[in-house]
Write a protein that binds this ligand. Structure first.
Ligand SMILES: [Ca+2]
Ligand SMILES: [Ca+2]
Length: 117
């Protein structure tokens, strides 16, 4: 149980609750900006790893393009698929077609510095 990569039901519902707070329009959709703001609000390293593993549904340690689309969809993020592709390519710094945890945190750091400007 300790190595279980999947989120428990209660963890998922916690995340859903957190996301619904960002759903200002109340349509069950959040904008990409709201989604990023939520990710940036995660300060704890362990929570960040959990968020990453939530994207990495097959548990191979990296996020594929398909997993990124699935995660965005399951959170109800209102963003065009082409925009997800663009963000993914931006995040995939070494261009191997996958976003590693390091690339994930690098992307968030980049976004954080933009937001704080
Ligand atoms: Ca994966
Ligand atoms: Ca990569």
């Amino acid at each position: 149980m300790s190595n279980n990569k999947q989120f428990s039901e209660s963890e998922i519902s916690d995340y859903r609750k957190a996301f619904s707070q960002f759903d200002k329009s109340g349509e069950g959709k959040i904008t990409f900006e709201e989604f990023i703001a939520l990710l940036l609000s995660i300060k704890d390293e362990e929570d960040l790893r959990k968020a990453f593993r939530n994207f990495d549904t097959d548990g191979d340690g990296v996020i594929s393009m398909e997993e990124a689309h699935q995660a965005i969809e399951s959170y109800g993020v209102d963003i065009p698929k082409t925009e997800v592709d663009a963000q993914f390519y931006k995040a995939d710094v070494d261009g191997d077609g996958f976003v590693s945890y390091k690339e994930f945190t690098t992307m968030l750091d980049g976004l954080r510095s933009k937001v704080n400007k």
